[in-house]
Design a protein around this ligand. Sequence first.
Ligand code: ADP
Ligand code: ZN
Length: 742
Amino acid sequence: MYTELSDARLQLAFPRTMRDSANMQSVSVLIPLALPGPYDYAVPDDMMLARGDFVRVPLGPRQVNGVVWGPGAGDVAPAKLKPVLARHRVPALRDPLMQFVDWVAAYVLAPPGLVLRQVMRVPAAFEPEKPVFGYRPTGTPPQRMTPARQRVLDVLKDTPPLPGPDLARLAGVSGSVIKGLHEAGSLAKTELATTGSERGPDPQMVGVALSPAQQEVAIALGTAVAAQTFGVHLLDGVTGSGKTEVYFEAISEALKKQRPALILLPEISLTAQFLARFERRFGSPPALWHSGLTPAERRRTWRAVAENRVQVLVGARSGLFLPWSDLGVIIVDEEHDGGFKQEDGVVYNARDMAIVRAQLTNCPVVLSSATPSLETFVNARQGRYKAHRLAARHGAAELPDIELVDMRTSPPQRGTWLVPQIGTAIEAAIERGEQALLFLNRRGYAPLTICRACGHRYACPNCDAWMVEHRFRRQLECHHCGHARPVPESCDACDAPDQLVACGPGVERIMEEVAARFPEARTAILSSDHMGGVAGIRETINQIAEGGADIIIGTQIVAKGHHFPKLSFVGVVDADLGLGNGDLRAAERTYQMLSQVAGRSGRETTGGRALLQTRMPDHAVRQALVSGGRDAFLEREAAAREQAGMPPYGRLGAIIVSATDQQEGLRFVQELARKTPSHDALRVLGPAPAPIARIRDRYRFRFLLKGTRQAPMQAFISQWLGGVQRRGSVRISVDIDPYTFL
Ligand code: ADP
Ligand code: ZN
């Protein structure tokens, strides 16, 4: 993390107070669009405005919402300005959030209006409220009862009426189950009170009895929250050590101080288990913020945050941009997770920005992980972050034994992908009434399809990428642009019928092998291709947790903090996947992913175990996994990065240029290359075609900037890009602290 606010390059000047608002004849208004900065508007005589107020203003022929950012710049006479049309009846944005918007914009080099758009994503928030309907049980059982229907009715047993989406989420069912129950006469619609009726989380409820080690960390975090000052805390505990229970205590402390708590999770839509746990601890569920909410839910939650009625919110990265008037603590759970990096639009890392947000608000931030990112690890070691350790699993549970299988000396049988040892371990788990998980981070059936007759390989027409076979859907699909076509019956190139062969395995292919080998076993597949979408994934996760599957096959979705009590064996089909791509963080990421996956086993069973199929058994990542030498591994990684001047010891930035016309793109990057400024602390590498040189029919080129920690990366890039004129189909995107190098 190199985003400390003390960093002088990014010290921004803010108008802390505005002159007596009655005297203001003009204001500058920031509009949530990609404009260069705020625009001035005249203040009508009968209007009083202050910094942070939400207003409606004319923009060309349109009317738009914006925020008063300060007094007018004054370079145009107020009489010549268009007037502010209205002030919205919404609490004004607070200074820390406005400073945050400016800070993020300056850091990621985005127009401030685009960053403000993250705050104002809910246009309905400014309109009068519409009635909200919920469901209550009628007492009439449906003619046909299913487990899903039963869960819905069970949820309603001890809650007030709930809106359909909330009900579906809590019960882990899809909306159609609720509709079915309504049609069957078992649920009735009823209007809900929209504000103020929510029972909040209760800090007086007591949690589990913490172990002495947990207690010590809980007290340290609680003290930090009570002190109401900024600080970064690393909660570093092995999988299953009770990190969640411990940070619940920090939240409880914030509640006692009546300051809200924000929990950021990387995969918020899949967190039914987490929510149930929260509710057990605090007696009521937290507010939620993620892309799966309905517009009505978004409006309700946004307003509730603005009006300071939300005590705890669990959210995706954009939760940072909610109109908090105050914050007591920010928790970033699974802080190492790449999902915190937003890759399109405003490109930012929510983990890093959470720290900035906490500093501006003056509250502690807790980064929680069993496998901290190298950045965080180094910051903790250097004392910038306070580290708290939980070295053992809770209670009698032990960390799984991790072993390697060398595929070079003991390969799977011809035409199969799993070594005999994995088959035996699955068998044993099933016999004990436990579950086995097979992990392969590759969607679909096979990553490549070839014609046996002529060697033709099926590639995407729009991208530099192979088409991936999805056998359940009988399609070839491109994972970059979504292009899909039916699996052809004869070869595109040579017309030979029935000659296509699938190369390599994806999860569907592993599923096929498992089904053939264990025909009696109940299997479940977990990947983002789930037929039922997010609701379906959630349903499958619930089923697995309740013991409804014997063998689970999954992509990275299974590595995300789930608690499957009966899971005792994990087989990793290809532990080398991702190590070969030359990415700066390849080793670190592989380590994180594999130890998280392995950490799903043995959480409540005795003797959890993981077997990793590999062709590189001597790689440092393997040794760290097998011998539990995480810190030694991270130290070595850190030393290598320091030597190479790579993050966190140096800084990286990337500029990606794309164009629909290859020549146009090429000419533009050549011009950029000619106009590269020079600076002692910064080196520019490239231009080079991006590793995926074409996506969605756009040709892509990359510059990589590498600098010392002190290098003025932002100023350098601004000056550079400011000196060229973007033309035609050319698009430029800037990525500060890049995580992907594609
Ligand atoms: P982590 O977040 O570190 O993976 P969790 O907080 O999920 O760990 O804890 C793992 C399991 O152990 C959970 O089921 C949790 O409820 C249980 N657990 C942790 N600490 C305690 C405790 N002190 N008393 C009872 N159960 C605990
Ligand atoms: Zn494509």
